[in-house]
Design a protein around this ligand. Structure first.
Ligand SMILES: [Zn+2]
Length: 128
């Protein structure tokens, strides 16, 4: 198994993993990835728990990105304990919604970056 970074970057930029057409919503779409690519018809929201990958990305971005920054702000004295607590609660409640589109795109890039043979241009049915 080899990783194809070009597919990952394409998805992270908000483009279809297969045909590179821009996906609706770009990087900030709150609803995540559309069900299908409007250009090639590739199914982007696959069944069977496929969405769990986007949740993992969202968790990772918050747990290993936002919360350590808030902790560092507290430890360096930029914010007090109460403000840091409020920021952490706000981050945990709001960031999953705000990062949903980005998380989906990173997940699609991860999945198809590692499994490019799953792309319709590699032989998989576009409606699968
Ligand atoms: Zn496409």
């Amino acid at each position: 198994m080899s990783f194809r970074p070009g597919i990952f970057v394409r998805c992270a930029r908000g483009l279809c993993p297969d045909c590179a057409a821009p996906l609706p919503g770009g990087l900030t779409g709150l609803l995540g990835a559309p069900a299908r690519c409007p250009a090639c018809g590739m199914g982007l929201r696959r069944g069977g728990g496929f969405f769990l990958g986007a949740i993992v990305w969202s968790y990772g971005l918050i747990a290993f990105g936002a919360l350590p920054l808030i902790g560092a702000a507290f430890l360096t004295g930029l914010v007090g304990a109460q403000a840091a607590s409020r920021l952490a609660v706000a981050a945990v409640l709001l960031l999953p919604v705000l990062l949903n589109g980005l998380s989906w795109r990173l997940w699609l890039g991860t999945y198809y970056g590692f499994l490019p043979e799953q792309l319709p241009s590699s032989g998989r049915r576009a409606d699968d």
